[in-house]
Design a protein around this ligand. Sequence first.
Ligand code: MGD
Ligand code: MGD
Ligand code: MO
Length: 764
Amino acid sequence: MVSPVPPALTSLTHWGAFTATVDSGDVASVTPLPGDADPSPALGNLPGSVRHRSRVTTPAVRRGWLEGGPGPSDRRGADEFVAVSWDELTDLLADELRRVVHTHGNEAIYGGSYGWASAGRFHHAQSQVHRFLNCLGGYTFSRHSYSLGATGVIMPRVVGTHDDLFKRSTQWDVIVEHTDLMVCFGGMALKNTGVNHGGTTAHPARDALRRFRERGGQIVSFSPLRDDVDGPCDWYAAVPGTDVAIMLALAHVLASESLADRDFLATYCVGYERFERYLLGVDDGVPKSPQWAACICGLSAEELTALARRMAAARTIVTVSWSLQRTRHGEQAPWMGLTLAAMLGQIGLPGGGFGHGYGSMNEPGLPPLRCGLPRLPQGVNPVSSFIPVAAVSDMLLHPGEMFDYNGIRLVYPDIKLVYWAGGNPFHHHQNIPRLRRALGRPDTVVVHEPYWTAMAKHADIVVPSTTFLEREDFSGSKNDPVLMAMPKMTEPYAQSRDDYQTFAALARNLGFEEAFTEGRTTREWLAHLYRTWSTSLDFDVPTFDDFWRAGRLRLPTEEGLTLLADFRSDPTTHRLGTPSGLIEIFSATIDAFGYDDCRGHPAWFEPTEWLGGPRAADYPLHLIANQPASRLHSQLDGGAASQQSKVEGREPIRMNPSDAQARGLVGGDVVRVFNDRGACLAGVLLDAGVRPQVVQLSTGAWFDPVDPTDPDAMCVHGNPNVLTDDVGTSSLARGCTGAHVLVEVVKFTGPPPPVRAHEPPVIR
Ligand SMILES: Nc1nc2c(c(=O)[nH]1)N[C@H]1C(S)=C(S)[C@@H](COP(=O)(O)OP(=O)(O)OC[C@H]3O[C@@H](n4cnc5c(=O)[nH]c(N)nc54)[C@H](O)[C@@H]3O)O[C@H]1N2
Ligand SMILES: Nc1nc2c(c(=O)[nH]1)N[C@H]1C(S)=C(S)[C@@H](COP(=O)(O)OP(=O)(O)OC[C@H]3O[C@@H](n4cnc5c(=O)[nH]c(N)nc54)[C@H](O)[C@@H]3O)O[C@H]1N2
Ligand SMILES: [Mo]
């Protein structure tokens, strides 16, 4: 069971496993794990990452906070820092936590702390910070993710699960063998399959697609970007944000040409009739026909009609990328995709039905583990106050105000202390000018970071963390067959410490060291977590010492899965977790919430940020703010792979040559990308595979304001979140809507300001 390969310097990131050579305290080179058919280019960011100039070398406190004490401040992000000793930092931070808890209660601490941090089950930053804050008496927490904000709420309501849609998705091997047609809304971007939360040792998607095509399988891609599908496909470059209208048109053809599977709808679904009234326009007089959709999406009615017939005649899987739900009314696309698949009647049949996230993450299509993974217990949070994760600025700016979420009314708590470990809100949150103002409101902002990200620069108390390369851990993920040891490759850089060590010292000062550490060293924790986990298994695994020596452990997986096959074979025994136990095409629960932005059945809602609306008169380009190919989010943006992707040191903005020509732009130009919320610089890349009127600027360039004292300052580096709207998907989920934004692009004249994103702040 144990692989004989020595652990040596083999380790794991969210974007793949690798072997490294280490020289002078840093990674010198990396080699992907042998057998990984399609390693992620982001591995190229690791060399030099330990001693990169952007590392936080010392505990540091913002001068204004140190001298003036806690309190709201508009100097966050503009002030200089003062280096302090670890003992001073621990005392200051422990005293501040005591003060906030004593004066305002634990609810006044926001510990939602969203972010991916690094792979590793023990040093998982969110688990560490949550365990620590629970020991302190609790904190205001966050629900869901930026990845799947809308899906995380809508899918449990209509198909009874969220996690299983990915974890138990139809596997690549089943698609290769059985599927004729993959109809992919949002394409199937292989760049994204490099990544899996918790780490991944193999990337089989590219090879699976090759085998799928070899068998005669065909791909239809709805996407503004040609390269969202690698290789041959039928590419439909519709107007972005109109996928639900397209799906409705396809559904309309099925319904009106007797191609819908009425038996499936009657046996496995509820509410099709209610939905069909809307589809056919019985009540509103607007049939959602191909002609209707053509005016919205820019494709022809004939193309849509032909595709619907083709789908009904083949073994078809309808896939919806996660990006489609990271937009206003993002609940609708996965719900309507599921509905369309239900009308085709192939849900639960091998290679047919529905998929969500092929080309969004490595996980969909991969066999799930037959067991759980070791995890650090986080304890119990006695505080009940929470927000949907992407409401962080709303919360900070509107304490005491009520808001809707998933059928309930909640109140934003009055946050005095923000505690972040393992995430970068200046990467993940929308409308950065608004976020900067929001971060001015609390008394204290604490950030644990290995690097001087914009979030660290906006903190009052900066805690230097180690990276995964400087400590021991192990990791794996739900759909990867290997648990990997992550040996320490080099000593902690400068004064950095493991987050665990920081929290242990704080816990000692605050009087709950034993509860937090349980008296264990890191190595003892690893052994303890491993042993606790191994006793829960129904198969034998080697001892922790043997696992650690071997460096990896192959775990059993469940092969041959088709999503919802059990449910199809027996809907009574395998009833879904919905009120009806069936797929809810009409949800009486959601209908009863009475929201005007999410109704009882999937529907077309006109977005705000789209080419068909009035905003496009001022901002005529639709910007796709998607995931970067060269890195994971903002992580290691200073690394070689990420830096090589830049144009004139700025994040590349891809545009169609016709749009560039109309603006007098050529490839390599530095441009100002702007709207009424903000502006950033970017470097032009021309690409005929980008739909006209669309531009694409990935997330992840570190925010770099030309004037740090001005919250509205232009970002000189190319962070699209200075432009995006901080508005939720709907009253149902209030998910992140950062995927889309309307902009205008003009040539930047004069010498472009230098990029200082990766320079540390002034520290005295
Ligand atoms: N406009 C727009 N915005 C988006 C998206 C989009 O599509 N469009 N996508 C969204 C999505 S899906 C996501 S998931 C988010 C991602 O947002 P984040 O997860 O916040 O982004 P990361 O860059 O991964 O941030 C992780 C941070 O953890 C730090 N870190 C690494 N290891 C450790 C450690 O051991 N300890 C500590 N303390 N820190 C560590 C890294 O240096 C890094 O700064 O962004 C979202 N934002
Ligand atoms: N290399 C790399 N891979 C990653 C990540 C990373 O940072 N780097 N992040 C990971 C994370 S945390 C997540 S959550 C996933 C996110 O996975 P997704 O959200 O699916 O990824 P995106 O790259 O944002 O979007 C995928 C594609 O959707 C298309 N698209 C956007 N809007 C529309 C639309 O309105 N209609 C249609 N038809 N297509 C549209 C775009 O062309 C885009 O390239 O990616 C994961 N994978
Ligand atoms: Mo994500």
